[in-house]
Design a protein around this ligand. Structure first.
Ligand code: PMT
Length: 437
């Protein structure tokens, strides 16, 4: 179901409707009174799978809200105004769209659009946070040109980004890969990973900090030392956590990757920058996942000018970079779950276990990067997830999305365990909001 509320960005919902239809989705459009002032009802009725219903009281259908609420596999509101967010956060239903939102059991995603001042108003921020904590995906807003010639944060995310997020959420719902495609019958293609069952919103309200990509350590203005990490595994982790309802911050050194929808993305280049950005954010996180391939060494001195070939092969001293994972563990707050990755080419599991003991993480993901198709740069991976009690879960060759799913299944177990332990000690769980943890 595509809900459209009254913002000038309502014109973008027409493109979103078209994109969803072209993916084979059945689109049920619902417009608020204010949305009808911005775009014509006839446009949506012509493009969508059925005409826009007249309204809660004027529809020929005696109970349009319950019919739509039950028929929808997913409800998307784009654009979502401040009024819409406020109504949904407070359980108010005074028109057809808000009534459907209250009545539906399908996953809901809202895409806010409004002026910066309105978005930054504490009431709106609180409403958005409340929606997130209930497992509703709040996608955007983004920055850019706004109505009336203004510029800033508050712009509706692009329809293609909304479509990506819909795909991701439906893929999770149907147990398929997060990059699964929506088939013509509205179901989602499975990726053959054997992961079945409905998507859970078991990370709703959990704050997750993820690192991705290989850091680049400059030698001079044109050269650097790096490694083969593409960032694909870290980005898959970010997508998976978002689909499961987490608030995700992704600190990434990866280049040329499409930002994962719904994550706050912090771009870095060097290990020093990655250290700074992660350490600044780790106290706000319930879960930290270090999938980045941080360079272990960097040039001790960065040359200010390009080293000339004419001067011969440079004598380059290296120094160790900070061990960010160990620093994160050092300042770990109670209840926080920390996950490390161990990229190895031999004696993989024993070496990963040794790293786990040295770094004192809750989970270590042993990644045999010598296996063809696994590790650096591939779309697929195969790992062994080792828990602190020594138990391990084998994830044979599959997509990076499916590996991400298995990692977060283990993270959820750790959060539940840590919550039980803090409850036994009579303390508040460190987890931010979800009661069962
Ligand atoms: O990015 P892709 O192409 O998708 O590839 C994915 C991957 C192979 C990079 C990923 O799955 C992976 O294994 N990441 C960890 C790579 C790595 O640096 O492993 P390590 O064994 O050298 O480091 C152990 C842990 O310490 C890692 O969590 C790493 O992030 C962390 N570390 C390492 C060095 C350092 N200076 N600081 C750190 O925090």
């Amino acid at each position: 179901m595509l809900g459209v509320s009254g913002s000038v960005a309502a014109y973008k919902a027409i493109e979103l409707c078209r994109l969803l239809m072209s993916e084979g989705a059945r689109v049920l459009p619902v417009m608020t009174e204010a949305a009808r002032r911005f775009v014509g009802e006839a446009t949506f009725s012509a493009l969508a799978s059925e005409p826009v219903p007249a309204g809660l009281w004027t529809s020929v259908d005696p109970s349009p809200h319950t019919r739509l609420a039950r028929e929808a596999d997913m409800v998307v509101v784009a654009p979502a105004t401040a009024r819409l967010l406020g109504a949904l956060a407070n359980g108010i239903c005074d028109d057809l769209l808000t009534a459907v939102l209250l009545a539906t059991r399908a996953p809901v995603m809202v895409c806010p659009a409004m002026h910066t001042e309105m978005w930054e108003n504490v009431a709106v921020m609180e409403n958005a946070a409340r929606l997130r904590s209930r497992g509703i995906v709040v996608l955007g807003p983004t920055s850019g040109p706004l109505a009336g010639g203004d510029e800033g944060l508050g712009r509706l995310v692009e329809p293609t980004a909304v479509l990506d997020a819909v795909r991701g959420i439906l893929a999770g719902l149907h147990g398929a890969a997060s990059d699964g495609t929506v088939a013509r019958d509205g179901t989602v293609a499975r990726d053959g990973t054997g992961s079945d069952g409905p998507a859970t919103r078991d990370l709703a309200g959990v704050r997750v900090l993820i690192s991705a990509g290989g850091t680049r350590e400059p030698i001079d203005p044109v050269r650097y030392i790096s490694n083969r990490s593409s960032g694909k595994q870290g980005y898959a982790l970010a997508r998976e956590a978002t689909v499961r309802g987490a608030d995700v911050v992704l600190v990434t050194a990866a280049e040329g990757m499409e930002p994962p929808v719904g994550s706050e993305v912090v771009a870095v280049e060097t290990s020093r920058e990655m250290e700074r950005e992660l350490m600044a954010r780790c106290q706000d996180a319930d879960v930290v996942v270090m999938a980045a391939a941080v360079a272990d060494f960097r040039p001790a001195r960065i040359q200010a000018q390009k080293i000339s070939k004419a001067d011969g092969v440079p004598d380059m001293a290296l120094e160790a970079t900070p061990d960010i994972l160990s620093e994160l563990v050092e300042v770990r707050r109670p209840g926080q779950v920390i996950v490390g990755f161990a990229a190895e080419t031999h004696d993989v599991v024993p070496r990963a276990r040794m790293k786990m003991a040295a770094k004192r993480v809750d989970l270590m993901v042993a990644n045999d990067v010598s296996v063809p198709g696994a590790g650096f740069g591939h779309d697929t991976n195969a790992v062994e997830i080792i828990a602190a009690d020594g138990a391990s879960t084998s994830v044979p060759m599959t997509t990076k999305a499916a590996v991400a799913r298995a990692v977060f299944d283990s993270v959820v177990d750790c959060l539940a365990k840590s919550s039980k332990e803090s409850a036994a000690r009579g303390k508040d769980p460190a987890k931010s909001s979800k009661e069962e943890f």
